[in-house]
Structure formats: structure tokens, C-alpha cells
Design a protein around this ligand. Sequence first.
Ligand SMILES: [Zn+2]
Ligand SMILES: [Zn+2]
Length: 192
Amino acid sequence: MFLHELSRAISKDWVLRVDQEQYGELVRQYFSNRCPYCLIDLTNSTAIVEHLDGMNRYRAGLHVVGNVLVACRKCNSEKRRDDSLKALTLASSGWASFLSHDGMACASGCKTCRYWESVWVDPGERKKKLTENLQRIIQFRAIFPEFQLALPTLAQALPISLTKLYSDCQIFAETEIKTLLLNFIAASENQS
Ligand SMILES: [Zn+2]
Ligand SMILES: [Zn+2]
């Protein structure tokens, strides 16, 4: 909710906006209408709106050009494992981390490494595709100068602000619940 509001506020004067048809076309053209992660043709499979930096408190991604694209449903759900980690070890962003599971750095039970093994069986091809796809996304993001300009500040400040917001909300909710509870107890005691 907060991230959606922030997305609107930040990008309101940008040349290209995420809700413009032109942006959707640009994304499909850039990735040849394929999933940017596994390269499956999206003409015949379910395409889903994907946020490179996930819209949660750890990844603090925004709904803006450069962060929104279309991916296949499978990758979108497989990527959530990296997105939900508080601290990443393979890369500095969730999407780069997702594309870094080449079977070399993780424990043998890693589900994402297994996933990529199922997509590209040959280890050499797998490594090559993952690297190429990572580079393609980096180049794609470079098309949007306004996004590039805002990104470092956001990446640094947002997770801290969001963590504070979550904790403030929780403290607020707990205090409110406690007050409500006390009021109810007092009211019921007055009645009896
Ligand atoms: Zn995919
Ligand atoms: Zn892995």
C-alpha cells in the first residue's frame, strides 16, 4: 500500500509511466515476449506482472518503469523464495539472487538451484543462460534514467523506513488492542 503510493508520487513526472500501453509494448519487445528469467515463450503460457525488486519490506520494490515487467507464473512464484529473505547472500537484489542459483554456492537441497536444473539440464548451458538473462535485465533497467537516478537512494533508505513503519504499526496496533481490551473490561465490570 505504502509502496504503491510512493511509486505514484515518485514517478508522476517521468517521461514514461508504468500504466502506459507503450511501456507494456517496450517490455514485450525487449524480452522478445519471453519470460526474462527462464525464456519461455509467453504467447502460449500465462504471463504475470512481475516486479524485479519485490514489493515487500525487504526488497522495497516499486511499481514503476524499470522495475515492472512480465514473467511466467512459475518463475514469479519460484523467485519469491529469494524475495522473502531478509538478507541475501548470492547477490544484492532478489532478482539477481534468483538468477545466481547456478548450483555452485548453495547447499545441495536448494529448491531454486533444483528449479534451474529442471529448466536447463546441461550445467554449462544453465550457467550461460543465467548470466545472459542477468545481463539483459541490467541493460533493460539502464533504459530508464529517472529510475536509475532514484534507485540508490531508495535502496538505501526504503528498507529502513519500511522496517520502522512495520514496527510502528505493530506497536500502535498492540497499544490500541490493549486500550480496547481495558475499556471492554471496565465496561463489563461497570455493568455487573
Ligand atoms: Zn519463467
Ligand atoms: Zn540455490
